[in-house]
Design a protein around this ligand. Structure first.
Ligand SMILES: [Fe+2]
Length: 293
């Protein structure tokens, strides 16, 4: 049975049929998924519950993994999952929902701001693969915005203004926006800013996209408030409804998105309910600043 993809968002997201992602992936199907990612940027596989090992095998068939170490406020001894996974749950090491005022939770809900995964790392992520183990009774959608379509809809003067700009990304900047300043000196050092180009070009298609994230807190050579207003205006433009797909999760769903050409954000859900989401992440192929040069 061949893979079919049906568009489910306005300019983004395809729902995939004709594949069991728990079985070993053929080269042909892997190629179809990469082509689908280039075209839709977000692919949805509905209701295919799978084990951690099956998710790892499927992810590795698409490319090498990025490890998740030190990206949040969990200490290594508090990790619930191996570092081949990013723990996107609200659960502590005993599988209990974290308290409302738990600083690890308050830091993690910064993911409700629009962002691109790992843009705060020198080599940022390629694809993220998020699998729903358990979901809350309401809320908790993930929304995706297409940065290629958003770039193409900019006027020519704004496109020219963006050209060649380099931004500084850090999780410190995104958390400042939501009033979270409670970081130790070690955490501040760990979250030191990295540089990313404001425009990226998708290697296989040549399509350009804005590379935005709430982690972006400055533009090299610009006064900070001016940079932040410019980035805010671009983000406002890029997250208009016509560029956005909202995914309503069902247990067993797997959603893959391309961090190079999308932003996403989590939506709120009841704080006391467990929501267990497991993310594998494909490594990017180098620093964006070097690629642009
Ligand atoms: Fe994310």
């Amino acid at each position: 049975m061949a893979i079919t993809i049906r568009q489910v968002g306005p300019c983004i997201a395809g729902e995939v049929d004709g594949i069991d992602i728990r079985q070993p992936l053929s080269n042909e199907d892997a190629a179809a998924i990469h082509a689908g990612m280039d075209e839709y940027a977000v692919l949805v596989f509905r209701e295919q519950p799978m084990t951690a090992d099956q998710q790892l095998a499927f992810s590795r068939s698409l490319g090498p993994l990025e490890r998740s170490i030190g990206a949040g406020l969990r200490k290594p001894e508090e990790y619930r999952l191996p570092t081949t996974f990013a723990d996107v749950s609200n659960l502590d090491i005993d599988d209990k929902p974290m308290a409302r005022d738990d600083r690890r939770r308050l830091f993690a809900i910064g993911n409700r701001l629009w962002h691109s995964d790992s843009s705060f790392k020198t080599t940022p992520a390629k694809y993220s693969l998020l699998h729903a183990i358990s979901i809350a009774s309401k809320g908790g959608n993930t929304e995706f915005a297409h940065m290629g379509a958003a770039y193409e809809a900019l006027d020519e003067a704004t496109k020219a203004r963006c050209e060649g700009l380099i931004c500084e990304h850090s999780q410190i900047y995104s958390r400042q926006q939501v009033g979270f300043f409670d970081l130790t000196d070690e955490e501040k050092a760990r979250f030191a800013p990295v540089q990313q180009t404001l425009i990226r070009t998708l290697p296989r298609t040549g399509r350009k996209s804005l590379y935005l994230a709430s982690h972006a807190g400055g533009i090299l050579g610009w006064p900070v408030p001016e940079a932040r207003f410019f980035l805010r205006d671009l983000t406002e433009h890029a997250t208009q409804r016509q560029f956005v797909y909202a995914h309503e999760w069902r247990v067993g769903d797997l959603v893959i998105w391309d961090n190079r050409q999308t932003m996403h954000r989590a939506r709120p859900f009841p704080v006391e309910e467990p929501r267990d989401m497991r993310r594998t992440t494909l490594a990017g192929d180098g620093p964006t600043v070097k690629q642009a040069a």
